[in-house]
Ligand binder design. Structure first.
Ligand SMILES: [Zn+2]
Ligand SMILES: [Zn+2]
Length: 416
């Protein structure tokens, strides 16, 4: 009966729906009283029942505006529950409930009884203690003047500067801002003004913790992680953003994949740019050793980096579309008997002509600008395609890779 009620009235506001379901619960009391009374958790069960009613709603049947509206309302209720949880943790903590129930600490109790991770239990206990101590911040949180995220930022600030926070609390609550981002900025400025030495120590710690670690897996994939101090991190994000325009409608990459592609773009742009310093008398560049058989997709050819890491033929064909070539002639004993001049596959004037014509990636729906594009041979030069305007087009790295995978799949399929 409850299920039908909530589905039939899916347009009604969330608060109204919960209220009605609660009153429905009262009517159902004869049926529910056994379990409610036995557990001694009447209010908790009523809340659980209201949640069951929400679960029973068919969201796909509701207008998306209504789903959005109820989402916002639900977030408000979640916040009220979070406040209540915090109040209970504080009460439990102050009265050392964990000892009564045989636990060594409140954190151990939360881990054992609420299946929390240690990190989350610790975080909730520190929030509860700060909320218990700083009542004005707690009340702003309770009455929804600040969100849970904002309250947590303020409580964290109170933990970092417990001597300074009480005096600043009323002012901070007044100027806290509407969003967690604004709150973070305001708290940063406050910390800079009242704790200059602490801020400088934090900066030194960040500097000491900077790191970039990576390793090459057996399959050639590079895995890594890094930490950058705030200022260096901002420089990195600015550079990454500069090579990462908003995705087009046809872009199916995840944001993590887009950032990874942007990092490759940055690296290539550095290697190709005039800014890069010379190493061993030459600008640094990626050296790939390949022979013509491999470029034509014939088995047995050489296709590896100078350091001996084997790349796929598709990747090498993509690089070969738009790169510099050194011709090395070897005899049967693999001794070099002739070295040709280094030449660009696409001469500069022809590249300018392709850019002037295409302006951006020519893949359907993609508008990545020319500076982040390769010049692609529609028929690869290794297969006899000409390096002339008609056989060339601009493709961004992502679509260039995609096209080579598709085209080379077709070539592979044909040759079978
Ligand atoms: Zn290509
Ligand atoms: Zn593209």
């Amino acid at each position: 009966m409850l299920l039908m009620l909530s589905v039939a009235e899916s347009q009604v506001g969330l608060a109204e729906r919960i209220r009605r379901n609660f009153s429905d619960l009262a009517r159902c009391r004869p049926f529910l009283s056994h379990s409610v009374c036995k557990s001694g958790m009447g209010k908790g069960d009523a809340l659980g029942l209201a949640i069951r009613c929400l679960e029973a709603e068919d969201l796909d049947e509701q207008p998306v505006e209504s789903v959005g509206e109820s989402l916002v309302q639900l977030e408000g209720y979640v916040q009220q529950l979070e406040v209540e949880r915090s109040r209970r943790i504080a009460s439990f903590d102050v009265r050392e409930g964990h000892k009564v129930l045989g636990y060594t600490s409140v954190i151990a109790f939360l881990k054992g009884m609420c299946r929390m991770s240690g990190g989350r239990a610790k975080h909730l206990v520190s929030v509860a203690r700060a909320a218990h101590r700083f009542r004005s911040t707690f009340l702003s949180w309770k009455y929804g003047q600040i969100s849970t995220d904002q309250a947590q930022q303020l409580f964290k600030a109170s933990e970092q500067l417990p001597d300074k926070y009480p005096d600043a609390e009323p002012v901070l609550l007044e100027i806290v801002g509407d969003t967690p981002d604004e709150t973070r900025r305001i708290l940063d400025y406050w910390r800079h003004s009242v704790d200059k030495p602490g801020v400088l120590i934090e900066e030194e710690l960040q500097l000491a913790r900077r790191r970039l670690d990576f390793s090459r897996k057996a399959n050639g994939m590079i895995d890594g992680e890094f930490s950058l101090p705030a200022a260096a991190g901002e420089t990195f994000i600015t550079a990454l953003d500069a090579v990462m325009p908003p995705p087009s409608a046809s872009d199916t990459r995840t944001s993590c994949q887009r950032r990874a592609d942007a990092l490759e773009d940055l690296s290539r742009s550095f290697l190709e740019g005039t800014e890069s310093s010379e190493v061993g008398g030459e600008k640094p560049h990626l050296n790939i050793h390949v022979d013509l058989d491999a470029l034509r997709g014939l088995a047995g050819g050489l296709h590896e980096t100078e350091s001996g890491h084997v790349l796929t033929v598709e990747a090498v064909r993509r690089f070969a579309c738009d790169s510099s070539l050194h011709r090395l002639v070897m005899n049967a004993e693999s001794e070099i008997i002739d070295v040709g001049r280094r030449t660009r596959v696409i001469p500069a004037a022809l590249r300018r002509a392709v850019i002037a014509r295409d302006r951006h990636c020519t893949y359907k729906g993609c508008d990545r600008p020319a500076r982040w594009c390769d010049v692609h041979h529609k028929i690869h030069w290794a297969d006899g395609g000409e390096t002339c305007l008609d056989n060339l087009c601009l493709l961004c790295r992502f679509h260039h890779t995609l096209i080579h995978q598709q085209v080379d799949d077709l070539v592979g399929a044909r040759s079978i």
